[in-house]
Design a protein around this ligand. Structure first.
Ligand SMILES: [Zn+2]
Length: 483
């Protein structure tokens, strides 16, 4: 099995993934808060984990990919009020849209989507245990809060101290009676009629944001698991809060061994925001470009680096994808061709040995880059270098049928992970169209036949057949079709 290294936010180092149990990897990724349409930032996180999980599975790991869906949150309640609809209806409608978007993006790797409101019992159980262990306190007529000063390792992920948790930039649950300004809400008591609420031993109310994740992961994975992922903006306070909750409850550390945080996606160099009017939903994007363009834009950048989206970058993406497809379109007839005339034996053997080395090197180097921090930009650079070399060999007719077939299979395998090439397009176009070089040979054969140069005409026919086409002479003239 491959040794796969990834950059771990928790330790600040690249580390080899060693699962807690054999080949089993339990992975949890923070899902969306469903109060609006999902945008390109969400697309980036979920596409990266989609390709990464497919890669892990391809390498022989048995991955349980769990994702929560936050269907109870202050943002949902506020948006529902604005629109004058019940919060539950709003959440259901946007959850539907989100899952539709995920399907449109080709995301099929998630094992389980866990809707927060289905785990209220588990959430209550965690809050009870935090209270029993002295990590949580109640503020009358307000809610139950987590006391961050009680958790000695607070800040181990984000590098913040209890004092720094007061940082005004961070999203912190507001209450003037909290012990520390960084304390966060575990259970909010019902204050306004009509808001969603559940019964609990503490009183009617609803859970805080951070507690749903740990309740869900404990339910499926237990107190410790392998990888936790999410957007970069979730490191603080959300993920710090998760660690504080789960490790305080279980006394076991670390809650998750590897933390993967996906870089930001900006639009024309700016952060995406409603007020700037540069908020691009997945739906908007897919009306403008095919889905594989987005998958490639995201896949070709290092997962923890920043990506900038712009229309000019999409033109670049289109050109690169066309280059890959053009390459495969050239290979396709070679791999489907009938065995051709024998080249001189020594020359043939020389090319086979040389080509076999080039192909092997490509495979090794491509996967080596993926194993090293899932470095997709370097892996794709290896791919383009290989395409360049092989295109030259194709120009000289030095790629054999078997080699073409092997290369084609490698690309199909890579595409199962990334889904950036539409193979149907390549084969369909081949069925319907006759490449220019074949048309030229047909014309040449016609000329030889008219000049009664039968041997040359026959050689042209053989060449056409070698490229995977058949020629039939009818009363109306010669007809060429794919063999
Ligand atoms: Zn989360």
């Amino acid at each position: 099995m491959n040794k796969i290294k990834i950059y771990n936010t928790l330790t600040g180092r690249k580390e080899t993934i060693k699962p807690l149990k054999g080949k089993k990897i339990n992975l949890f990724v923070c899902g969306p808060t469903i109060y609006d349409y999902s945008h390109l930032g969400h697309a980036r996180t979920y596409i990266i984990f989609d390709v990464f999980v497919k890669y892990l599975r391809d390498c022989g790991f048995n991955v349980f990919y769990l994702q929560n869906i936050t269907d109870l949150d202050d943002k949902i309640i506020a948006r529902a009020k604005e629109k004058g609809v019940p919060a539950k209806d709003l959440a259901i409608a946007y959850e539907k849209e989100h899952l539709k978007d995920m399907k449109a993006l080709g995301i099929k790797s998630v094992t389980k989507y866990a809707r927060a409101t289905n785990y209220i019992e588990e959430i209550i159980s965690q809050i009870k245990r935090l209270k029993d262990r002295g990590y949580a306190y109640e503020i009358k007529d307000d809610g139950i809060y987590y006391d961050i000063s009680k958790f000695k390792k607070y800040g181990k992920l984000s590098g913040r101290t209890v004092i720094q948790a007061e940082d005004s930039v961070s999203r912190i649950d507001y209450s003037k009676n909290k012990k520390n300004r960084g304390d966060f809400c575990l259970w909010k008591f019902l204050s306004t009629d009509g808001e969603p609420c559940w019964k609990s031993p503490f009183g009617l109310g609803r859970p805080g944001w951070h507690i749903e994740d740990t309740a869900i992961t404990e339910k499926f994975f237990g107190p410790q698991y392998d990888i936790h992922g999410g957007g970069h903006d979730l490191i603080f306070p959300h993920h710090e809060a998760e660690i504080s909750q789960m490790e305080a409850i279980s006394g076991k550390s670390p809650m998750a061994r590897y933390w993967m945080h996906i870089g930001f996606l900006t639009v024309n160099g700016q952060k995406m925001s409603k007020s700037l009017g540069n908020f691009i939903t997945i739906n908007d994007f897919l009306r403008r470009h095919p889905v594989n363009y987005l998958r490639f834009l995201i896949a070709k950048n290092l997962w923890h680096s920043q990506i900038d989206y712009s229309e000019s970058i999409m033109i670049e993406i289109k050109t690169i994808i066309q280059k890959i497809e053009e390459f495969l379109r050239r290979l396709h007839p070679v791999k489907s061709a009938r065995p051709g005339r024998a080249v001189s034996r020594e020359a043939g053997q020389f090319n086979r040995a040389k080509n076999s080395k080039i192909i092997k090197q490509f495979k090794t180097d491509f996967y080596k880059e993926l194993d090293d921090d899932f470095n997709t930009p370097k892996a794709f650079a290896v791919m383009f270098e290989f395409i360049k070399k092989t295109n030259r060999l194709l120009d000289d007719g030095l790629i054999s049928k078997n080699e073409a077939s092997e290369i084609y299979k490698i690309f199909e395998k890579i595409n199962k992970i990334f889904e950036i090439i539409n193979f149907k397009n390549i084969t369909n176009q081949n069925k319907n169209s006759v490449p220019a070089e074949i048309k030229k040979l047909v014309q040449l054969r016609k000329k030889y036949r008219e000049e009664q140069q039968w041997q040359k005409a026959d050689e042209a026919r053989q060449e056409i057949e070698k490229q995977g086409f058949l020629i039939e002479d009818t009363k109306e003239g010669s007809v060429v079709k794919r063999a």
